[in-house]
Design a binder for this molecule. Structure first.
Ligand SMILES: O=C(O)CCC(=O)C(=O)O
Length: 307
């Protein structure tokens, strides 16, 4: 049984553990307009530098401890989910975790990082800048030689218990991502495939092969299915739309491939369920807005105008 410890979700601001606590020049973190346009056209943006190599190393120290110690890691019981190998197959190992921002100061501060929170305000909605709230965080780690696959999917297929769809994923590489080690891949334009904005049905995420999504694609979508790799350097992030089709192949290199993911929602997104929308968190009654301890505000465009 892991020892009890501070629950960092009770701290609704960055603590100063990963970056300076106070930021006044919020606008310095905005992306240039052409990059925002590129995001809405292609459905993703890649190679945005967000962490220094030193910050990555700081995070990797605790990341690896959590991966190695799993249920012995202090605060383990506060995690929303922890899968030391989500595939169950020792030849295709994928460590996947949610809720680590609750148990460690660096993971806590990462969700408030202005380099990701501020640009997200223009990537949650095409017509107006939005205030940004944490939805949840994730870790995806693929060990050397036998790291598993993440099959093609759209994130919003898994998130329809919250609406409307104004969600965003920020994928941060703590290790360089290459063709050999299981870099994330995107299918450009796939966020515009279904005119009704409905996500594709969930297909088997079996962590061994990528292609189960093909069973639900139309002939036209199959013809447009032209994936490209997102070759992130250490400390770079990609941002992707909730309907972007993405996935990653196995890690057959001799090095680990570890990533941190932060998922945001626009302020105003509501719960569409009377069950807990995240494991180990209280119910947000259907129709009520995500807010409070588990969904902190990480950026409000008004902060940039208030002097
Ligand atoms: O780390 C991976 O390969 C999968 C990540 C993913 O699905 C995401 O960033 O949304």
């Amino acid at each position: 049984m892991a020892p009890t410890m501070k629950d960092w979700s009770t701290v609704e601001k960055p603590s100063g553990g990963l970056f300076a606590k106070n930021t006044s020049n919020w606008d310095d973190f905005q992306l240039p307009e052409d990059r925002v346009k590129e995001f809405w056209e292609k459905g993703y943006l890649t190679n945005v530098p967000v962490l220094t190599s030193e910050q990555c190393d700081q995070i990797l120290t605790v990341y690896q401890q959590l991966a190695d110690e799993s249920d012995q890691f202090p605060g383990y019981d506060l995690l929303y989910e922890f899968h030391s190998n989500q595939s169950g197959d020792p030849d295709n190992v994928l460590m996947h975790c949610l809720g680590h921002w609750r148990i460690n100061q660096l993971f806590h501060d990462l969700v408030f990082l202005p380099n990701i929170a501020v640009p997200s305000s223009k990537l949650l909605n095409p017509t107006e800048d939005r205030s940004v709230r944490l939805w949840h965080d994730q870790l995806f780690a693929k060990p050397p030689h036998h790291g598993g696959v993440v099959a093609w999917h759209q994130d919003y297929s898994y998130w329809t218990r919250t609406k409307p769809m104004m969600h965003l994923t920020v994928h941060i590489a703590l290790d360089e991502q290459t063709l050999d080690n299981g870099a994330l891949h995107y299918v450009p334009g796939s966020h515009k495939w279904r005119k009704d904005g409905e996500p594709l049905p969930i297909t088997d995420l079996n962590f061994k092969d990528m292609e189960s999504i093909q069973t639900v694609l139309t002939e036209e979508e199959k013809a447009l299915f032209k994936p490209v790799p997102s070759l992130l350097k250490k400390g770079e992030a990609s941002f992707h739309h909730p309907l972007m089709v993405h996935g990653s192949y196995g890690n057959r290199s001799e090095f680990p491939r570890r990533a941190c993911v932060v998922n945001y929602v626009a302020d105003g997104v509501i719960s569409d369920s009377n069950d807990p929308i995240l494991q180990k968190t209280p119910v947000v009654p259907k129709g009520e807005k995500l807010s409070g301890q588990f969904y902190p505000l990480v950026y409000d465009p008004l902060w940039a105008t208030a002097k």
